[in-house]
Write a protein that binds this ligand. Structure first.
Ligand SMILES: [Zn+2]
Length: 315
């Protein structure tokens, strides 16, 4: 069987036009007019591919290819998401959904029957820019209940439920969002790599073996604020010096903990935060990730003892 790369690229380009702005990618935050337009595009495409389309209680779009020989076998599901972060590329999420669509169209062209029913799913609110992330898949998998999802609010105070209603997504008979265990036999998701490894190693595809866990830690370092011009060097208690050393330590721990570990300081809050003032207080935001929870714990232990050492040394 041969999939049409042209059809896929064509659909990616068309979907990518929705919410696009010259020079700044495309923005389709969930349940905004742009997202609604993208949803209509996808549903139209699914129907053209003769899928039975339903939208569930949390706004997940599910297209089913019903001509399996055994409709009661567990579903083989695939897909991703079509909402985006601000100024996004064309591939994140959309690649997984539209590649799934192309698989369905190819099976149709070949008049292929599958033993298991196939479902192409576009999960609502994967990105978590407007609302907390992954509402659609969390409710579908039972990690979050529907009422909790409905009450989540965006910055303007609009609930997820109201946002669904604004798009007319809660009209008519709704399909339960929660999937029962065993209903879905397997889930496949094609997704662009959001890191540089495949490209730098010239690999076409990689298989995800595990998902990283992460720990965030916000460290507050207290010092003594002072004038940068009049406070002698030996009379300072500068928390920025400690922050600098902690940043280096986090980097070192990220490098050394394991092959999969990464450590980042991406946040510094400096108070009062002026060029001519020795800070009185610095907050350091640490992000440590690894595929092993045990190693994350070890890493955080190392971070903590590094902080102790630095703070003792600097008083
Ligand atoms: Zn994605």
């Amino acid at each position: 069987m041969h999939l049409s790369g042209d059809h896929l690229l064509d659909d990616l380009a068309k979907l990518g036009e929705i919410g696009a702005r010259e020079g700044s990618g495309r923005t389709r935050l969930v349940l905004t007019p742009e997202d609604f337009e993208a949803r209509r595009f996808l549903i139209t495409r699914m129907k053209e591919a003769r899928m039975q389309v339903r939208v569930d209680q949390v706004g997940n779009i599910i297209g089913r290819r019903g001509n399996s020989t055994k409709d009661d076998l567990p579903v083989l599901a695939f897909g991703s998401h079509i909402d985006t972060v601000p100024s996004a590329g064309t591939l994140d999420g959309c690649y997984g959904v539209l590649a799934g669509l192309e698989v369905i169209r190819t099976l149709n062209d070949e008049r292929a029957e599958t033993r298991h029913p196939l479902e192409l799913i576009s999960f609502s609110n994967e990105e978590g820019v407007r609302f907390p992330m992954m509402i659609g898949s969390k409710v579908a998998s039972g990690i979050m209940d529907l009422e909790t999802a409905y009450e989540l609010r965006d910055n303007a105070g609009i609930t997820y439920r109201q946002a669904l209603e604004a798009g007319g997504l809660l009209e008519g008979a709704l399909v339960a969002a929660r999937r029962t265990p065993g209903e879905i036999g397997a889930w496949l998701e094609l997704h662009i790599e959001q890191g540089p490894i495949l490209e730098s190693e010239r690999l076409k595809i990689g298989v995800v073996e595990s998902i990283v866990g992460l720990v965030h830690m916000l460290v507050t370092i207290q010092g003594r604020a002072g004038h940068a011009g009049t406070t002698p060097m030996n009379a300072r208690r500068d928390p920025m010096l400690a922050a600098a050393q902690i940043i280096l330590e986090v980097n070192k721990i990220g490098r050394e903990l394991s092959r999969s570990s990464v450590g980042t300081v991406g946040l510094l809050n400096v108070q009062p935060g002026a060029m001519n003032v020795i800070p009185g207080k610095v907050e350091v935001g640490i992000d440590l990730r690894d595929i092993s929870g045990e190693r994350i714990d070890q890493g955080m232990q190392k971070v903590r003892s590094a902080i102790d050492v630095v703070c003792k040394k600097l008083g």
